[in-house]
Write a protein that binds this ligand. Structure first.
Ligand SMILES: [Zn+2]
Length: 394
């Protein structure tokens, strides 16, 4: 996967950046593992790149400049890591209501919308660098998936079974785009077409690949993995994949929430259904359209936050930052987004852990809890609107 992408990103860095920034050297670099920085290195790096990013948005986005001014906030006031929690944050709802681009001089390459299970959708415009940094983020996060997702695999060694819709079929839908990014790993075959899921064909492909001795990756939403696993568990004809299969899930259960099982149950089912040797072969990833980075699980099923993103859980009523280890509304400051301001409070409930992960990587890890009930979320959005946005002032 990474050989092809490395040359691609190297070309990109040379083409787009005369002098790559410190952030780009880390996102696009292949030598340094961003998750292996020392805690002190990580803190300094995060602070530096966030200040750079916020200064960029102030310069290129008058809405951000006036938003910060109204909050008497200046990026230059950020002197230590704890100060990052003082950054005024947008409500994720802002992206649904207005165009918030910071791309004054750079063309928008693609505009993405959220999957929109209900109501209005977010629209996020990405320029070339922002989009390439997202790819870089996925490549770096894929380090967490080793050795199951090998870094130096040849295309012919690996085949991906993608349980989600193809990018073309899904249009601009963000989740499908992220799923399709798996194509940077290896050739993919899609098993959803015309809105119909072809799990039987996916099951056949898995059996055939395992029987022929190849390596296979399954990519898809948890509910589709659940259905595929159930299909194998209901029959004696199951693959015995051992070490030759890995699974990457993402996107949550969405409309299938009623059938949702806890992640550990899904992993146990998957190990049995495919004849795997370890639950470590099954990893979940988190991303949302407003966020320009992806968080993958490590061996210990903890989602690691890359060092260019600051994540804080916030009190559901007061929106104040709460201590690590307590559940709250997730908020993000992602320094990798150039073409739009990426500092916002989401409507996901989660917990940020500062405890060292047994895998040895540095930085916080996050756990997401069930999607906040819609009614509750709308209540929160109203509060966020009142507190954080300038709708009535414009
Ligand atoms: Zn870990």
């Amino acid at each position: 996967m990474t050989q092809a992408l490395s040359s691609c990103t190297a070309t990109l860095v040379n083409r787009v950046l005369e002098e790559p920034s410190r952030l780009d050297r880390v996102i696009f670099g292949s030598r340094q593992d961003p998750f292996a920085m020392t805690p002190s290195e990580r803190d300094h790096f995060l602070l530096d790149v966030v200040v750079d990013s916020l200064q960029h948005h102030v310069r290129n986005n008058p809405r951000v400049a006036s938003f910060f001014a109204r909050h008497n906030f200046s990026p230059e006031s950020l002197g230590r890591l704890a100060d990052l929690d003082t950054i005024p944050l947008l409500s994720a709802d802002v992206y649904k209501r207005m165009r918030v681009t910071s791309a004054a001089d750079t063309p928008i390459v693609r505009s993405f919308t959220s999957s929109g299970t209900s109501g209005a959708v977010s629209r996020i415009e990405r320029d070339n660098l922002t989009l390439q940094r997202l790819s870089g983020s996925i490549r770096q996060a894929a380090r967490l998936l080793e050795p199951w997702v090998p870094r130096d695999v040849n295309d012919e060694d690996l085949e991906l079974v993608n349980l989600g819709p193809s990018r073309e079929e899904a249009g601009e839908i963000w989740f499908a785009y992220i799923m399709a990014m798996a194509e940077i790993i290896a050739p993919s075959t899609y098993y959803v077409s015309g809105g119909v899921s072809y799990l039987e064909a996916a099951a056949d492909a898995v059996m055939e690949r395992i029987t022929s001795g190849g390596l296979i990756g399954i990519v898809g939403a948890p509910f589709l993995l659940f259905e595929l696993a159930k299909r194998f568990l209901s029959t004696k004809k199951r693959p015995k994949a051992h070490e030759r299969l890995f699974v990457i899930t993402g996107g949550g259960w969405k409309r299938n929430q009623a059938q949702a099982v806890v992640p550990s149950t899904l992993r146990a089912m998957t190990v049995e259904a495919f004849g795997l040797v370890s639950e470590s072969q099954i990893r979940d990833g988190f991303n949302q359209v407003e966020l320009n980075s992806i968080f993958f699980e490590c061996d210990y099923h903890r989602k690691h936050v890359p060092p260019w993103v600051h994540v804080t859980a916030r009190h559901i009523e007061t929106l104040k930052a709460i201590p690590a280890g307590e559940a709250g509304l997730m908020s993000y400051v992602d320094a990798s987004a150039m073409s739009y301001p990426c500092f916002f409070i989401a409507d996901d409930l989660g917990t940020v852990s500062a405890d060292p992960c047994p895998c040895g990587r540095t930085g916080p890890t996050v756990t997401y809890h069930s999607r906040i009930a819609r009614q509750q979320a709308e209540g929160c959005s109203s509060k966020l609107d009142a507190k954080l946005t300038d709708r009535r002032r414009k």
